[in-house]
Design a protein around this ligand. Structure first.
Ligand SMILES: *[C@@H]1O[C@H](CO)[C@@H](O)[C@H](O)[C@H]1NC(C)=O
Ligand SMILES: *[C@@H]1O[C@H](CO)[C@@H](O)[C@H](O)[C@H]1NC(C)=O
Ligand SMILES: *[C@@H]1O[C@H](CO)[C@@H](O)[C@H](O)[C@H]1NC(C)=O
Ligand SMILES: *[C@@H]1O[C@H](CO)[C@@H](O)[C@H](O)[C@H]1NC(C)=O
Ligand SMILES: *[C@@H]1O[C@H](CO)[C@@H](O)[C@H](O)[C@H]1NC(C)=O
Length: 945
């Protein structure tokens, strides 16, 4: 109250003061300026930014009033408005009612980055003193008013990022016959990027003698580049890319000796490029890509030694690599791919300290991949595929630690793959297919943990696939076909859960059986094992490969019945032809008789079934708890028959493991001093949590369950084992890892990954911690939780429903990454009791339908996630607000009002927009009807975009 009173007093005071100033100065026009602004404001929606644009006290008899203190208004010493700057303000409405005639002294009108609509009014030409007009990034439509020609003082006109149509009228520009009198004669920067302008570039543009920057990119222009542009000799930046311009580059362009940026990519330009362009000593960017240019590239393109970005990709350039490129140390990005350039890779290029991107693919370049390339250390992308490069792969290439993509495919490379290839740890794409590489695939390939695409096909590679390939767990596509590889297919290939597009091992000499573990590749679409020596039967697990749409097993020695999997119903006979004795109920194969495939039957019988399997989980749960490997007691289901023992000795990854080791038990008791309270770090509904630091220094969170679990009782419960197995195998960066479980007559506890920063709920409660969680970090937290839930719902078979998402169950690691915890385990407490079905999540997070139905679906998690998102943005649980949030947020400007007040509101418009979108997403999760809520997968994808 007192605060408001204070405000009123100060407003009244400043109003009085302004009136006094006005009276003293006896200004003319300022009254009408204020009135013009107020009557414009009256036509706009109410918006906070114009809050202090208010009339002087209503009963004030004096008509004099000044807008000089108003937001965005600047006056000169005489009290005339000289600047209206409302940029970056989310301003809505039109400027059609802004009375321009009232601002005879206006120098600057800056309205960029708002949400203004409507046309640019004709009377804008009244602003005859205007020097800067920036209307960019709004939603203006209509044509450019001809009256703009009246703005003879304007040096910068920016209408970029609007829906303006109707072309550039030649009458806007000075008249060739009388150039000093009319049109935009003072213009230096003429900016029309990203509009719908259309039409041709008028040759009158060449009369703009002061032009420094002309940006007409992505504005639907067609026709030729006017030769008159060669008269704009002050031009430094010329951006005409992304239009439909045709014809040649006018030769006169070589007069533009001050050019620093010439950007012509994505047009329909033809002919040769004037070679003199290369002589510009200030050139920083030359972009000619995606036209129909022919002839040679300018040889002196880097004469000034400043060239950073040079692209000429996707044209028909012939002839040599420009000679000046060899010593062009300033290069940052080079794209010359898809031309017919000739040259020597080891002679025409040098060492470039700043080069990040180099693409020379699909040209006619010869020579070797010289060791020099290892010295351009910033390279993230190197593609010289599709040339005629010979020789080996130099070890120096392995020094490119930032390299994300290396493509040497379709050349004549020979020699072996470097053993230290694993040093390229940032690599996500590695293509060396279609060369003459020999020798083995190095085991170091398993160190490429970021690898997504690996293509070594069509080489002369020998030996077996190193089992370490299974560590490349991000692989989406793996092609090793058409080599001389042999041995068995390592079962670890089944750990490549991300595999999606392709697994192609065809045309090699692989022998032995098809590993059952391939069944875990539930995302894989195409599997080609044809033309090998594979024997035995086709594993039943193929039917677990839910995404499989193409399979080719032909030309092997497979026998026995095809498993009962859908894929085989849609396959062609030739995908199975030329085997030893495959049978099945599909066209082209003999029917199975009772005597067919003795081998196959037995093996299928031996399969140990795992009920729950998750993408990305590792089935071999190695738990080095203390530095010494902990004894793990492998538990097997009771009906295990004797003949299966050898399988278990070989650590068959399909066996089920969980903690029961005495050593673990002892170590945990030691580390927590027999569950002494001094190590207790939290307490929940299911038990107390302790911090356990092991002798090796590793720290775990151990949850000791309140109720003791009867282990003998549990051992009978097969599903319990499956659950534990699934939970220990669940491996996702946003899920707290469950390392194991131990239970005996005294204690039952779960061993988890330790999360240094505690729960999200704790962090949001603490002001300092909440401040640390700034807006970008909060968005990351939301993304992390979304990804974890998407994984549980969509990548686990059967899906895992968390059932209790709340800020207490989101734990934070030292780098403030969110991990969801505590799911699935509660039901072990009393396996037979009905506690689980009656449990309805944490109050304030549970979906409304749980009040009247027991049908727990994924959509319950989606609802709780929605609450969590609102909580993260508000900084506290929304409480009753949750029911109103839908109506509260019709206006996106309201989002700002509910954001956590402890954090400064985000400044950039992009960040605000992001938060608005996230909030809208949350609202969609809170739909009362579960069917209307989005899936976690679509939410995760949406957040990634
Ligand atoms: C151009 O400016 C003059 C004042 O310099 C003004 O009288 C005239 O109306 C303006 N023309 C247009 C089309 O706005
Ligand atoms: C360029 O300017 C000269 C005069 O400076 C003029 O004679 C010529 O016509 C102009 N060229 C074009 C193409 O407009
Ligand atoms: C590009 O130019 C060619 C002729 O040079 C013409 O056939 C083609 O239609 C043009 N394409 C576009 C998109 O203008
Ligand atoms: C060169 O191109 C890259 C990628 O398009 C861009 O990020 C960079 O800003 C460009 N360099 C300059 C000097 O504009
Ligand atoms: C490389 O980039 C840095 C930072 O942008 C710059 O200072 C340096 O001059 C560049 N080196 C060359 C050779 O251009």
């Amino acid at each position: 109250m007192a605060n408001q009173l204070g405000k009123l007093v100060s407003i009244a005071f400043s109003a009085a003061w302004l009136i006094l100033v006005d009276l003293l100065k006896i200004t003319t026009g300022s009254t009408t300026e204020a009135e013009a602004l107020l009557s414009w404001k009256a036509t706009l929606p109410v918006q906070p930014i114009l809050q202090n644009w208010v009339a002087a006290a209503e009963n004030n008899s004096s008509p004099a009033q000044s807008p000089c203190g108003w937001h965005g208004i600047t006056c000169d010493s005489a009290g005339n408005v000289i600047e209206i700057n409302l940029a970056y303000n989310d301003l809505k409405g039109t400027i059609e009612n802004l009375g321009f005639s009232s601002f005879p002294k206006l120098l600057v009108l800056d309205l960029k980055y708002n949400k203004l609509t409507g046309s640019i009014p004709e009377n804008i030409g009244m602003l005859s003193k205007l020097r800067l007009l920036d209307l960019s990034t709004n939603s203006f439509d209509g044509t450019l008013p001809l009256s703009l020609a009246n703005l003879t003082q304007v040096y910068e006109l920016d209408v970029s990022g609007n829906n303006i149509v109707g072309g550039l009228d030649p009458r806007l520009f000075p008249d060739g016959a009388n150039p000093s009198k009319t049109g935009l004669i003072s213009i230096k920067n003429l900016l029309f990027t990203d509009t719908s302008l259309g039409g041709r570039i008028p040759s009158e543009i060449g009369n703009l003698k002061n032009l420094v920057k002309l940006a007409l990119d992505n504005s639907r222009l067609y026709g030729p580049i006017p030769p008159s542009l060669g008269n704009c000799t002050e031009l430094s930046i010329l951006m005409l890319s992304d239009n439909q311009l045709s014809g040649p580059i006018p030769p006169k362009i070589v007069s533009l000796r001050k050019l620093t940026v010439l950007s012509l990519f994505i047009n329909n330009l033809t002919g040769t490029v004037p070679q003199g362009i290369g002589n510009f000593s200030s050139l920083i960017i030359l972009n000619l890509a995606e036209n129909n240019f022919s002839g040679q590239l300018p040889p002196q393109v880097c004469k000034g030694g400043k060239l950073e970005n040079f692209t000429a990709a996707k044209n028909s350039f012939t002839g040599p690599i420009p000679v000046s490129l060899r010593n062009c140390q300033s290069l940052y990005r080079v794209r010359l791919e898809q031309n017919q350039l000739t040259g020597q890779l080891d002679q025409d290029f040098g060492v470039y300290p700043n080069l990040t991107y180099f693409d020379l693919s699909f040209n006619k370049v010869q020579g070797k991949l010289s060791p020099k390339w290892g010295a351009s250390k910033k390279l993230t992308f190197l593609n010289v595929g599709g040339n005629s490069i010979v020789g080996g792969i130099p070890d120096e290439i392995l020094q490119l630690r930032e390299l994300g993509e290396l493509d040497l495919s379709s050349n004549q490379l020979s020699g072996e793959l470097p053993e230290q290839i694993g040093n390229l740890s940032a690599l996500s794409v590695l293509r060396m297919n279609n060369n003459k590489l020999s020798g083995p695939i190095p085991a170091g390939i398993g160190m490429l943990s970021n690898l997504q695409y690996l293509d070594l096909s069509m080489n002369l590679l020998r030996g077996s696939i190193p089992y370490q390939i299974g560590d490349c767990f991000k692989l989406l596509s793996l092609n090793l076909s058409k080599n001389y590889l042999n041995g068995t297919i390592p079962y670890q290939t089944g750990n490549l859960f991300a595999l999606q597009a392709l697994l192609d091992l065809s045309y090699n000499s692989f022998s032995g059986e098809i590993p059952t573990q391939l069944g875990k590749l539930t995302n894989l679409i195409t599997l080609n094992l044809s033309h090998n020596n594979l024997s035995g039967s086709v594993p039943k697990s193929i039917k677990d490969m839910l995404s499989l749409s193409h399979i080719n097993l032909s030309y092997n020695r497979l026998e026995g019945p095809l498993p009962d999997a859908n894929i085989f119903n849609s396959s062609r006979p030739e995908d199975f032809s030329n085997n030893k004795g495959l049978c099945g109920n599909i066209q082209g194969l003999q029917h199975c008789t009772s005597t067919t495939g003795p081998g196959g039957r037995k093996k299928n019988h031996r399969t140990v079934i795992i009920v729950v399997s998750c993408l990305g989980s590792s089935l071999l749960v190695s738990m080095a708890l203390t530095g010494i490997l902990v004894h793990l007691n492998m538990k097997r289901s009771r009906n295990t028959s004797k003949e299966e023992e050898p399988t278990s000795k070989r650590e068959d990854p399909f066996s089920i493991w969980y903690f029961n080791g005495k050593i673990v038990y002892k170590d945990i008791l030691e580390a927590t001093m027999n569950f002494n309270d001094r190590y207790c770090i939290g307490e929940g509904a299911t038990g107390k949590v302790y911090r356990a630091e092991m002798q090796g220094g590793q720290v775990f969170a151990v949850k000791r369950l309140w109720s003791k679990v009867d282990s003998t009782e549990i051992e009978d419960t097969k599903s319990f084992k499956n659950e534990i197995a699934a939970l220990t195998e669940t491996r996702h960066r946003n899920i707290v890892k469950l390392h194991g479980f131990s239970s005996n007559r005294m204690h039952a506890f779960l061993v988890y990954e330790f999360m240094e920063r505690g729960s999200l709920a704790d962090m949001l409660r603490n002001d300092n911690a909440a401040m640390e969680l700034n807006w970008p970090k909060r968005v990351e937290v939301i993304k992390g939780v979304a990804h974890a839930l998407s994984y549980l719902h969509h990548d686990c078979v059967p899906p895992i429903i968390h059932r209790d998402i709340s800020s207490k169950n989101v734990l934070m690691c030292s780098s403030l990454e969110a991990h969801i915890s505590d799911f699935g385990t509660a039901r072990f407490l009393e396996p037979d009791a009905s506690i689980w079905t009656t449990f309805a999540g944490t109050y304030g997070y549970s979906a409304p339908e749980l009040a009247y139905t027991m049908a727990v679906t994924e959509k319950c998690d989606v609802y709780s996630f929605g609450v969590l998102v609102v909580e993260v943005l508000m900084g506290k649980h929304p409480g009753d607000l949750i029911s109103k949030i839908q109506t509260l947020l019709v206006e996106s400007s309201n989002v700002k009002d509910i954001l956590d007040p402890r954090l400064p509101p985000p400044k950039a418009k992009k960040s605000v927009d992001e938060l608005v979108l996230v909030m809208k997403l949350a609202v969609s999760c809170l739909q009362p009807n579960p069917l209307s809520r989005p899936t976690m997968r679509s939410i995760a994808q949406f957040l990634d975009d």
